[in-house]
Design a protein around this ligand. Structure first.
Ligand code: ASP
Ligand code: MG
Length: 407
């Protein structure tokens, strides 16, 4: 007998028919002899609807009150699933975040979970109940309702699985796993059987929107095994777990891309101590999150070029800061590029194999794609390219690394 946490996303509980389908899955698990704790998202579109409603009432609504509104989405879906389960003859009980003491910090809109009261859930399980938890919400020390950020129900599920020491955390969504790349742009994309926490973290932060990043961080910290799968079919999905030797053997696991990128370069900045500090102080004071940074200096001439990337929303602000500091520094010019993209290769195999970078650059060169910036980490190599070549780059990298083949 196992203890399983199952999380159903918004599309899986989008209407009553789908909620009935979820109930059948939960029942099947229960009938198999396992204990089940279910975490649900709000019905598809509901969180957006609530967000719009609040901002229509007042632009920039009070954050505390906004969380009270947003948390209602999951309140509805959790109780709906519970009454359906009860009507089918199964003992079930729904709980909101604060009722099972999902404690968080007080950062409204993106609160972090600091604790979960496992005893309450266990006492229901002992009495044979199916516990249904409203995802995405918690309570801070003062008893205020908090929400965990978009996609936060994933984190609720993993945090509960960690607190209960569950055998498995199943995340049901509308795709059936993690792919080597986006199947919509590369028909040779292949579903991965397993992926390590670190690779999943890289993929999530590089734009693959399968899991909330925090849920993966949580899973890694507490060793929670996640199974990402579809609620619309029976096929096995992708297991997210500790790295193993088989994963290391593969050179790379996937290609990801992010088109929410822009690039700004300041040329011929006097190469003196403190210029970079001054520049990035101004950038962070404007609340801009910088992704890649490259500085090259020419010793001979005493100048440096400084380039960095930021997301599209921050572009106008960043450009203003760059222009005003360029003037102050007496730099030559500011080059702004709004249409760039980042393509990345991810794989724990990079830790022990060499040659990934050269193969990647070679594949891009073969297509005549120019690389504007390069950055690497232990298990990732990213290149900034012209946005119009994104799909071509992804497909040729996918082919060059033979990711469509079962390794
Ligand atoms: N309902 C929330 C959202 O739409 C949380 C979630 O679905 O995980 O972001
Ligand atoms: Mg989600």
């Amino acid at each position: 007998m196992a203890l399983i946490v199952q999380k159903y996303g918004g599309t899986s509980v989008a209407d009553l028919e789908r909620i009935r389908n979820v109930a059948q899955r939960v029942i099947k698990t229960k009938e198999r002899g396992d204990d089940v704790v279910v975490v649900v998202s709000a019905m598809a579109g509901e969180t957006d609807r609530l967000l719009n409603l609040a901002t229509e009432a007042v632009p920039g609504p009070d954050e505390r009150e906004l969380d009270v509104i947003l948390a209602t989405g999951e309140q509805v879906s959790s109780a709906l699933l519970t009454i359906v389960l009860n009507s089918l003859g199964y003992k079930a009980k729904s709980y909101l975040g604060h009722q099972i003491k999902i404690s968080t910090d007080s950062v409204h809109g993106r609160a972090r979970i600091t604790g979960v009261d496992a005893d309450k859930i266990f006492s229901d399980i002992r009495e044979g109940r199916i516990v249904v938890v409203a995802g995405f919400q918690g309570e801070d020390e003062e008893g205020n309702i908090t929400t965990l950020g978009r996609g936060g129900s994933d984190t609720t599920a993993v945090a509960i699985a960690a607190a209960l020491k569950a055998n498995l955390c199943e995340i049901y969504t509308d795709i059936d796993g993690v792919y080597t790349t986006n199947p919509n742009i590369c028909d040779r994309a292949r579903k991965l059987k397993r992926i390590s926490y670190d690779e999943m973290l890289e993929m999530a932060s590089l734009g693959a929107k399968v899991l909330q990043i925090r849920s993966v961080e949580f899973a890694k910290k507490y060793g929670v095994t996640i199974h990402i799968r579809s609620s619309f079919n029976e096929s096995k999905g992708t297991i997210v777990c500790e790295e193993d030797t088989e994963m290391e053997r593969a050179l790379v696991s996937g290609v990801t891309y992010d088109t929410d990128q822009t690039r700004i370069e300041i040329t011929k900045v006097p190469d003196l101590p403190g210029t970079a500090a001054k520049f990035f102080d101004a950038i962070s004071a404007a609340d801009i999150v910088v992704d890649m940074i490259i500085q090259t200096s020419s010793l001979e001439e005493g100048y440096a070029n400084m380039a960095f990337t930021i997301s599209k929303v921050d572009f106008p602000k960043a450009l203003k800061v760059a222009q005003s500091l360029a003037k102050e520094f007496g730099a030559k010019e500011v080059i702004a590029e709004e249409e760039v993209a980042k393509v990345s290769m991810v794989g724990v195999g990079m830790r022990s194999h060499s040659g990934v970078a050269s193969k990647m650059f070679g594949a891009l060169a073969k297509e005549g794609i120019n690389i504007k910036m390069i950055s690497t980490s232990e298990i990732k190599i990213s290149c900034i390219i012209d946005a119009k070549y994104t799909e071509l780059a992804v497909r040729s990298l996918h082919d060059a690394f033979e990711l469509g083949k079962e390794s």
